[in-house]
Design a protein around this ligand. Structure first.
Ligand code: GLA
Length: 725
């Protein structure tokens, strides 16, 4: 059993494959957090509860045993607003009396096999019987009738758990949820560094590490998407911890809209971590009898540094998040026309690219932006999802037939949540666009946003898309989202519900994605948002791959891929070779192989030599596919540790193959240095396929391979493959 309730002590002990989490119910029915970390047995767990019960200036509340007790000084499973816990709150409900004092206490619990789904929300799921178990703890605020259920799912094969919250209104009057975090975690010290992934368009998910300090610190998004600026991921790592050593805790929100992740170090030097929907511009009115589901957060613990934390996320997401037919099916090697042609193309041009793709050994042609309405540039036509027959003479069916006749799969681009002011649909339905009355509608890339909170808008989009998808043999869909949301309001929501806009918007998007993936189960979806602006587990639930960044320059892309790998597996990482100038085709390939792999260029614009080189690149993709997509990643030298060079390694499950890539970013003198590999079988021997030389696993890991023999020029890279003998 992974979850046990020790009835005599009123303690819950939740064990994953590599962590223990302990909760107690105290005499006053508060839910207290006792421990989260490396596995521990059930011996004297109550010792955790030997703490000072109050501090001066921490208000106390009446306690059943007559001693003073302040929730302010105790680790709590829910941080309630306004009743003696002065730290950043995880729950705040404004009740019918107008105040926001919130106080929930334990009522009951149940332990169930597997994992219940969260209505309308993406979430991890049970892949097979016995891989997870769930604890539901019901609590109640007696004054307001808010019933708050905490969900904890514990995975038996990984050191991972998920947490979420359900709020039900059991009273006779409506109340307003002002803040609901998906989890609250009170750690008993502050000896951690906070890691987060910041960025911008073309530079997503760059690694940042800072020491925790007293007060509140963290990251958030208010952009209506998880965003390029901050990814909904943070980690806490023990001071001095690194890739291989130290307690590391990773937190990732399965959500694609406004989020917050905050840590507060208080006067006791304890650290509260919360993560959930951003409470800025959020509110949700809950009528009697209604329920609200928070998005889910994923918690991963590693006692061996960041490397193991990342590998746990990767395995977990490959098994328990990514879904559908393409989950484990080999994804087609594609060419996309975007970087090669932009929107300037016609059917002949596309068929030319497809013909080259076939001849080169690629498997799918993807037609990007520009095929619909009157779209020749980015100023028009989003929302008019009918084919532009001036460009595609004979219509889309004729183009698809020609591509299929070559023996290739066919993919198409959409940006369903967007609407161009210069479009037929906007002229017919100006209120379908996200806006607020009497204010300008700001533009991003000349476009507005469709009001996804509206069922009529979603129905329109579903009909438009399915008329193309149902009548044509389309294998792949790239779903884009190329601006953030402003003037967030819907013409249909009453004033008191406008605060629900952002959350309703993303629920609407999820609903449409669900309808499309259910109606067209064979479709391979690739998400995108100006590259990686919605690179989050919410989107990964619908699309097994996401375009990682519009930046296809290998030398800077590599930093984005290192950052992304903190919690996202290579199997979801959209990465292509493009014609971008800074490095040679070998390096472009070596970097793009750390992902779904493909090409994004116009073959007519590259040299004959480059075309020949590309032909030779493809065999390795097939040879290494499983190891890279589903193997263990080791960040051997990370850009945040070394500005000059980096190296990464994939090892397959039975440790019979290791693919090592080394990249020199800036001029590094040819010098003596040894690259130590990781994750091999120390007792085995490995052949380096490039030279045929044999090395022991022990030597490769303990002494390292001499890189003096594999010099690479500034901006170049080398890929070495080791195979077990
Ligand atoms: C976004 C995507 C690109 C491409 C363009 C098309 O920027 O990230 O890959 O699809 O839109 O407009």
């Amino acid at each position: 059993m992974s979850i046990v309730y020790l009835e005599d002590k009123k303690i819950f002990k939740l064990d994953t494959a590599g962590s223990t989490y302990v909760i107690a119910v105290d005499d006053d029915n508060f839910l207290l957090h006792l421990y989260y970390g490396a596995p521990i047995p059930d011996v004297n767990l109550t010792d955790f509860a030997n703490r000072c019960r109050y501090a001066s200036f921490s208000a106390t509340i009446p306690s059943r045993d007559g001693t003073d007790f302040s929730p302010d000084t105790w680790p709590m499973e829910i941080g309630c607003n306004g009743c003696a816990d002065m730290r950043i709150a995880s729950l705040q409900i404004r009740n019918a009396d107008g105040n926001a004092a919130t106080d929930v206490r334990y009522v009951s619990h149940r332990i169930i096999p597997g994992k219940p789904a969260l209505p309308g929300l993406p979430a991890l799921y049970s892949e097979c019987e016995g891989d997870c178990e769930t604890l539901e703890i019901k609590t109640l605020d007696k004054t307001t009738g808010a019933e708050v259920t905490l969900l904890y799912t514990v995975f038996t094969r990984e050191a991972a758990m998920t947490r979420s919250v359900i709020i039900r209104n059991t009273s006779e009057k409506p109340f307003e949820i002002e803040r609901v975090m998906s989890f609250c975690l009170d750690m008993n010290n502050a000896d951690y560094d906070l890691i987060s992934l910041y960025g911008r368009h073309n530079q997503e998910r760059l690694f940042e590490r800072r020491a925790l300090a007293h007060g509140v610190q963290g990251i958030s998004s208010r952009r209506g998407s998880s965003s390029h600026s901050q990814n909904p991921f943070i980690a806490l790592i023990q001071k001095g911890g690194n890739e291989d050593w130290g307690d590391a805790y990773g937190f990732n929100l399965v959500y694609s809209s406004n989020f917050t992740a905050q840590c507060e170090v208080d006067f006791n030097r304890s650290t509260r971590v919360i993560m959930g929907i951003n409470p800025d511009d959020f509110g949700w009115t809950l009528a009697p009898g209604e329920s609200f589901y928070s998005p889910e957060a994923v918690l991963v613990y590693s006692n061996a540094g960041l490397g193991e934390m990342s590998r746990t996320f990767h395995r977990l997401y490959n098994h328990n998040l990514v879904r559908g037919e393409w989950k484990h099916k080999k994804r087609p090697l594609l060419v996309n026309n975007w970087e090669g042609t932009g929107m300037t193309f016609d059917d002949e041009k596309l068929v030319q690219i497809a013909a080259w793709a076939k001849e080169t050994g690629l498997e799918m042609f993807v037609m990007d932006d520009g095929w619909f309405g009157r779209r020749d540039d980015d100023t028009s036509s989003l929302g008019d999802w009918y084919v532009n027959e001036t460009k595609l003479r004979g219509g889309i069916s004729s183009l698809i037939a020609r591509v299929k006749a070559l023996g290739l799969k066919f993919g198409i681009w959409y940006e369903p949540e967007m609407i161009s002011p210069d479009s037929d649909v906007y002229r017919a339905h100006p209120d379908w666009c996200v806006h607020v009355p009497n204010r300008d509608r700001s533009l991003g890339r000349h476009q507005c946003v469709m009001d996804m909170t509206r069922a009529d808008v979603r129905d329109y989009l579903f009909e438009q898309m399915s008329s193309v998808l149902a009548n044509n043999e389309i294998d792949y869909l790239k779903w884009d989202f190329n601006r953030n949301i402003t003037e967030a309001g819907s013409a249909l929501l009453p004033p008191e519900r406008q605060k629900e806009f952002y959350h309703r918007f993303i629920l609407g998007t999820y609903e449409l994605m669900d309808r499309i993936t259910t109606a067209f189960p064979h479709l391979l979806m690739e998400n995108c948002s100006g590259g990686g602006g919605r690179y989050d587990p919410g989107m990964m639930y619908f699309s097994p791959q996401i375009w990682c960044s519009d930046n296809t320059d290998a030398l800077s892309r590599v930093d984005i891929q290192f950052g992304s790998s903190l919690c996202y597996p290579a199997s979801v990482q959209g990465a292509h070779v493009s014609a971008s100038a800074r490095s040679g085709y070998e390096t472009k390939r070596n970097v793009a192989m750390w992902g779904t792999f493909g090409y994004e260029l116009d073959p007519a614009k590259i040299s004959e030599e480059a075309r020949e080189e590309i032909k030779t690149q493809i065999a390795d993709f097939h040879r290494y596919y499983d190891t890279i997509h589903y193997g263990d990643l080791y960040r051997l030298i990370s850009p945040w540790d070394d500005p000059y060079k980096c190296a990464w390694e994939f090892v397959n499950e039975d440790r019979s193959q290791a693919i090592v890539t080394y990249l020199s970013k800036f001029y590094t003198e040819r010098q003596n240095w040894f690259l130590r590999l990781k994750g091999l079988d120390a007792g085995a021997e490995y052949r380096l396929t490039k030279t045929g030389e044999v090395y022991s696993g022990a030597l490769l890991m303990r002494a390292g391979i001499s890189m003096y023999r594999y010099p690479v020029a500034d901006g170049d890279s080398a890929m070495l493959c080791f195979e077990k003998i």
